[in-house]
Design a protein around this ligand. Structure first.
Ligand SMILES: [Zn+2]
Length: 330
């Protein structure tokens, strides 16, 4: 029960709504996991205490002492600098400004810690334990309420000058498009995310388009989500199908840019919106095939993410593992 392999890692996935902590072995097996609600509105110190409590609970469940852990990996949402271990800001954690999260967790737990952005963590998780095993140059994309990504070049996350690289959700697709949360107009995520799908459906309904979508939410427009639209589309709703294809088209425009800039061998796609599958991704791949450089498009493979809701915690563990061990062997 309490047999311990070498290099056990404590992975922590700090999200805007939940904290997940797990003891992870070098093969990506989770020996324990502890999930708790993020007390995001109660401020930084309360959240940090919850992280520490969750971490200790994960250790206890795995019958592992902190002294038996090789390192701690923390994945966090928002803009961070992994070298300095600072979380600058996070849209999901109100009030957090330039928090030295890595050092704080390191001090409280008494173990070497590493901090990484959550989407970058998920990319490394897929690289070590999921759909991107064996790839060298790939991009991980999560299509969700927004769009996040991790860019892996020669097996290492590309983080840029101060650690903010990979914000592909905020590349401009339509210079006069809708205003994004970041302040720019026409960002990829404002046109190709689950939020975009719901927004366009609501607009169409308000304009009087014929659709069955409201039937699935008892007529309550506010409850229209990407999942509801998907359900209507599966039942043959023409408007819902057209909307998903339109969002898919924009997903494809963004993929075109990534393919032309990075010439990746693989693009791994995850996130709740991607569960729609062919209805969304068919138009996306078709658009990328029509628009991207032919040679680069022919060289890229697409795969679904494999780690699901554990991608963050496994990815944070993978990052810590990479920091203490270097790149995985072929
Ligand atoms: Zn933006």
């Amino acid at each position: 029960m309490c047999e311990n392999a070498d290099d056990l890692i404590l992975g922590i996935d700090l999200g805007g709504s939940k904290i997940l902590a797990a003891v992870v072995d070098p093969q990506g097996r989770m020996l324990s996991s502890d999930e708790s609600v993020t007390p995001a509105t109660e401020g930084c110190e309360v959240v940090i205490q919850s992280i520490v409590d969750s971490a200790r609970s994960a250790l206890e469940q795995a019958c592992v002492a902190i002294s038996e852990i090789s390192a701690v990996g923390i994945g966090a949402p928002g803009i961070s600098n992994p070298e300095a271990g600072i979380l600058f800001t996070s849209p999901n954690l109100p009030g957090w400004r330039e928090v030295l999260l890595r050092d704080i967790i390191q001090d409280r737990l008494g173990k070497k810690a590493f901090l990484i952005n959550d989407a970058n963590a998920a990319a490394l998780g897929e690289f070590y334990f999921g759909a991107a095993r064996g790839a060298h140059n790939f991009i991980y994309i999560t299509l969700s309420t927004g769009i996040g990504a991790g860019i892996v070049i020669d097996g290492t996350i590309y983080t840029g000058a101060i650690g903010t690289a990979g914000e592909v959700g905020h590349m401009t697709i339509d210079d006069n498009g809708p205003v994004c949360n970041c302040g720019n107009k026409g960002c990829w995520e404002v046109l190709a995310s689950g939020t975009a799908l719901a927004r366009e459906a609501k607009r169409g309904i308000q304009e009087g388009v014929r659709t069955s979508i409201l039937k699935y939410v008892d007529g309550d427009l506010e409850r229209v989500t990407a999942q509801v639209i998907h359900k209507a589309a599966e039942q043959g709703d023409k408007f819902a199908k057209e909307l998903i294809a339109r969002i898919g088209y924009y997903v494809g425009v963004g993929l075109t840019n990534l393919i032309n800039i990075f010439n990746p061998e693989l693009i791994v796609i995850g996130g709740g919106l991607s569960n729609i599958g062919d209805m969304l991704l068919g138009p996306a791949f078709k658009t990328a095939g029509q628009r991207a450089y032919k040679e680069a498009f022919q060289a890229v493979r697409f795969a679904s993410a494999q780690l699901g809701r554990n991608s963050g915690v496994l990815g944070a563990a993978a990052f810590a593992l990479q920091k203490i061990r270097g790149l995985p062997r072929e």
